[in-house]
Design a protein around this ligand. Structure first.
Ligand SMILES: [Zn+2]
Length: 123
């Protein structure tokens, strides 16, 4: 979930939580905060497009997806599967996990091998 940055609109009345900018983790569809959760003074969202926590995963995601597509094009199924698998763990992306399983199957892994693989990964 993205991290949003807020700042106090009334710094002279701000509590020690909102006197500096503070970060809140919120779902994309959650309404923005209008007041500080600690003191109730009005706050506003700071627009920071370059915030690394928001930008990096999506760029990374695009790059990884291209790499997986490349492997698939070349028929390197196990490479594609490994990459999709690792990345789906990191991003908790279910569709990527399905793609990994699909590619594992194309690479000739059986369901048995996959179960063992999952076991060795979790250790
Ligand atoms: Zn406050």
């Amino acid at each position: 979930m993205p991290i949003y940055e807020y700042e106090s609109m009334t710094p002279e009345k701000a509590c020690r939580e909102c006197v500096r900018r503070f970060e809140v983790v919120q779902g994309i569809h959650e309404p923005p905060l209008t007041d500080c959760p600690h003191c109730g003074q009005p706050v506003r969202k700071v627009i920071s497009w370059c915030h690394s926590a928001i930008m990096e995963p999506s760029q990374d995601h695009v790059r990884v997806n291209q790499k997986i597509a490349d492997y698939e094009k070349q028929g390197m199924w196990s490479h594609a599967a490994e990459l999709a698998d690792t990345h789906s763990e990191k991003t908790r992306d279910k569709s990527l996990k399905m793609r990994a399983i699909d590619n594992y199957e194309k690479a000739g892994y059986s369901a048995d091998t996959l179960a063992k693989h999952a076991e060795s990964n979790s250790n």
